[in-house]
Each structure stands twice: as structure tokens, then as C-alpha cells.
Write a protein that binds this ligand. Sequence first.
Ligand SMILES: [Zn+2]
Length: 258
Amino acid sequence: MMSYIRLICIVCTIYLIPYTAHAYSNDVLQQLGLRIKTVVIDAGHGGKDPGTVGNGIVEKEQTLIFAKELGKKLQSAGYTVYYTRTTDVYIPLEKRTELANTKKADLFISLHCNSHHDSSIAGFETYYLSVQGSDKRAAFVASRENGVSANKLNSLQIILSDITLDSKQEESKDIAHHIQRSVLARAKQYSYTIKDKGVRSAPFFVLLGARMPSVLVELGYVSNKQEANILVQASYRKAVIQGILDAIQSYQKSLATK
Ligand SMILES: [Zn+2]
């Protein structure tokens, strides 16, 4: 019902507000809910939940470092930023999107580090929420990030399939593609050879309930020695963070010219 009303509102807005042939004004974009102004940055895990650990890297520590630096960068570019955590504290998954909803965020970004029992696996991945994982490995990553077994994830998927996913799924997918492209381009600029593991979808609890476009970024594999080494480098963080900012800006630009 809500989405039906929203659709009507959007259609009305399109007809009632004049726009130029090629670009909407910022005001129109904001009224359409297409302008990103407020971003909630979620440093994955924290407190009693260390996340994945490998090659001397603790996921909750790295995600917090990335989150704070990303926040500063976005703030300096004019965005309003909120964090789900700024210290080593445990925050339940549902509380994270709850904060984003309360703050009326336009985008929710959850930062994580990946791991695999095969230490040769490495690369950068961006996820958006779906009931079924886009592939077996995506489902595995979701099961690990959710802190549940693959079996339990299956039964939860059945429950989730009854919930109509928010209409923001397409926008989330779109932003995920922008992030994936921009981060890899920036990494290359900084002379990092990062494997493109693509955009995937999976049932991540941390993204469930977000009323705005939401993505989960897997910054790299701590289980891969070379990548673990890269993950702690300030210049890699700089590349990733600049890439995410590029992605938000290019996404908005793409909306404005649609
Ligand atoms: Zn994680």
C-alpha cells in the first residue's frame, strides 16, 4: 500500500514539476527521493563480535578505520554523515538500519572484510539485498556475515521470501555497480591490482529493513596474505574511499540525466 501511494506521489511530482529536457534540478531530485544528502556508514561487527580474523587482521578494527575515513571524506564533500558506531562496541544488526531509517538517510553503506578457507581467493565485492543469494558463494558470505549456519540461513530465507523487498532494490543494485566500478578504477590508479569479484546479491540481515538504497561492501579478503597486507595500507583505503565518493556522485549524475 505504501509503495502504491509512493508511486502515485512520484508520478504526480513528475507531472507537476517542470524540468528541463536533460536534467532535473536538485530540488526535484530531492522531492523524488533521488538525491543523496545523508549517508549512514556502518562499520561491520564490533565489540564481542570481531568478524573475521586472518593474517593479523581483525575485521571489526579495519571496518572502523575505513568507516571513519570514509565519513570524513563524505563530510568534506558536503554530505551529512552518521555512523552506526565510532568505537569498538557491539551493535545488533537490526539496530544499524534502524538508525539509518531514523536519520532518514538516503544511503546506507555497510563495510566488511571477507575471508575464505582457500587462501588464494581475493578481490573486491559489492552486495545488495536479495532473498536468494545470486550464487552459492554469495549465500556463503551472507551466512558468515549474518553469523548463522547455511542451514539456518535457508530457513530464514523462507521467512524473508514472505516479506516484499523494498522497492529500493533496483537503486541499491545500481549504486552497488557504481561502487564496484569506481573503487576498482581508483585502486588501479593507485597501482593496486585488485580482482573484480563483481556485484552480487544475498540475504544480509544488516541490510534488511533499510528504507533507503543500501549496499554491503566487502573490502578485501583477510584470508589472502597479499590482500591482507593491502587492506591495512593507507593508500588502499584512500583509493577505496575516493572510489565510493566517485560512485555516489556518478550515481546521482546518472539519475539527473535519466
Ligand atoms: Zn563482516
